[in-house]
Design a binder for this molecule. Structure first.
Ligand code: AMP
Length: 481
């Protein structure tokens, strides 16, 4: 039975990628055979800075010596050097699939692929991405003829399992197909020429293995990025090479000792749609610095307001932003982590329209009564459900309510929820069942999702896991892939 399932999976994998995976040993085979070493391939370059870490060279192979820590693995390179590497920078050789190709962008959405290719602005620039229909792939291609735009083509398969874009030119694997269309446009708007260069590399969980305490002398502080509840945020460079954001906490703004313990846990939370906490400066520094991944376009709220003109006519992009936030929140929910202050102002935008949730869990360490008590002037009343207003009862389901308000902020391009109503007026009306109105030109299907988030009883609200599936379904229904 297991063997049959494996054979089926192998066929799908082999035909898409052109690679032959090695089968796992059957239960009765290889009981005494030596354990095969795990071999990984680097997806990105990585420069080791701290002693004990090892540099990675893209496309090179490494033998894994220990993967007991989730985010930092001990590996050996071809010259016998041993050290720690970030596990999200490598992929097991046997399941590498299309990820070895620069043109494969995994599950990037249609909207983000369009932004990326338009930004590159090169005739014939292309990417291949997972289609919203599971198991299929889409080619997104930029052409300037007759005007700059992106065309999307489903990569189809015929009865013989061959891949094609135009039925006349079928190939055994997707890489062969891409290669064919690099030389012949074969019915496409252009021949495939290049794929986007200098794509950002993902953040690592901490700046080195087992490192969450950061030496402030290794940080060069640059321009101010903004200021918020906790104080000023400045751009920084760590050891002259990694861009970071440094939150310089205001004296007395948070219970520092409790937070320092929590920071160790928080550096281990890692997801594409969460702002990575790199660590804190607390030993030689008071008040402490919180060091996170740098996000070049700043807060989502300001981004929405700044780009209202172009965003308001692109509902697909707005929905994609909501889906990205939902993915980050579904990860937190899976890890039983409650945000407590989810809102557009607490999400950040990076390059390629990547949206990430920031400041998760920080609210617990704030010492300011005006922020922590529901009657306080800084309490996020307009994002709070009835059970928080009444009993300060936070849960993943109170995050879901706030997420509905965030969706509303996104689809109004950053309007203030409930307009000029005061916090007291909103609190009173929300408890009587009042909800936000449908934003102008927002699809009914999208507004229906917001309304589910605002179910009076927490148990009637969907989980982020369900929300994610629903929103992906909505985007397939109202937008073309
Ligand atoms: P906060 O204290 O988190 O509200 O941050 C205040 C402002 O600093 C935000 O509105 C952003 O404009 C900016 N900021 C905060 N964190 C980052 C970051 N990681 N990358 C870039 N800008 C940031």
């Amino acid at each position: 039975m297991v063997k049959m399932q494996f054979d089926m999976l192998v066929n799908v994998f082999r035909s898409a990628t052109g690679i032959q995976p090695t089968p796992p040993p059957m239960p009765d085979e290889g009981a005494s055979a030596p354990v095969k070493p795990k071999v990984v391939v680097a997806l990105y370059n990585y420069k080791a800075i701290e002693t004990g870490d090892l540099s990675l060279e893209k496309n090179q192979e490494y033998e894994v010596l220990s993967d007991s820590q989730e985010h930092w693995w001990k590996v050996k390179d071809a010259r016998g050097n041993v050290g720690f590497i970030p596990s999200n920078y490598v992929k097991e050789k046997e399941s590498l699939g299309l990820q070895q190709y620069d043109w494969y962008v995994y599950d990037m959405s249609r909207q983000r692929s369009e932004s990326l290719l338009k930004h590159e602005d090169k005739e014939g620039c292309f990417v291949v991405r997972n289609s919203s229909t599971r198991g299929l792939y889409t080619l997104s291609l930029y052409t300037k003829i007759p005007h700059p735009h992106v065309k999307h083509y489903h990569i189809k398969q015929n009865a013989r399992g061959e891949f094609y874009l135009s039925e006349k030119h079928c190939c055994n694997s997707i890489p062969d197909l891409i290669n064919y269309h690099k030389h012949n446009s074969g019915g496409l708007a252009s021949r495939l020429k290049t794929s986007p260069h200098d794509r950002p590399t993902p953040a690592t969980a901490g700046l080195s293995h087992d490192k969450w305490e950061i030496d402030p002398s290794a940080l060069v502080l640059l321009e101010e990025l903004g200021s918020g509840q906790f104080g000023v945020v400045r751009k920084g460079k760590w050891r002259g090479s990694i861009d970071v954001a440094v939150k310089m906490m205001k004296e007395g703004s948070m219970s520092e000792e409790d937070f320092i313990d929590e920071a160790k846990v928080m550096t281990k939370l890692q997801h594409t749609n969460l702002v990575q906490l790199y660590g804190i400066c607390s030993m030689k520094n008071r008040p402490i610095y919180i060091v996170t991944e740098y996000m070049r376009h700043g807060s989502l709220l300001n981004y929405l307001r700044r780009h209202e003109q172009s965003l308001s006519i692109n509902q697909g992009l707005l929905l994609d932003m909501c889906i990205q936030v939902c993915k980050g929140m579904a990860y937190l929910e899976r890890h039983n982590y409650i945000h407590r202050d989810l809102a557009a102002r607490n999400c950040l935008v990076g390059s390629e329209n990547l949206v990430k949730v920031a400041d998760f869990g920080l609210a617990r360490y704030v010492l300011d009564d005006q922020y922590t008590s529901s009657g306080g002037t800084k309490f996020p009343i307009k994002w709070a459900p009835p059970e928080v207003l009444n009993y300060i009862r936070f849960s993943s389901k109170s995050d879901v309510w706030a997420y509905g308000v965030l969706m509303w902020e996104v689809f109004t391009c950053g309007k203030m929820p409930y307009g000029r109503l005061t916090n007291t007026e909103v609190a009173e009306r929300v408890q009587r069942g009042m909800i936000l109105e449908r934003p102008q030109s927002c699809y009914k299907e999208v507004y229906d999702v917001m309304r589910k988030c605002w179910s009076h009883l927490p148990e009637n609200r969907p989980s982020f896991k369900i929300l994610k599936e629903t929103l992906i379904g909505v985007s397939q229904g109202i937008l073309v892939d």
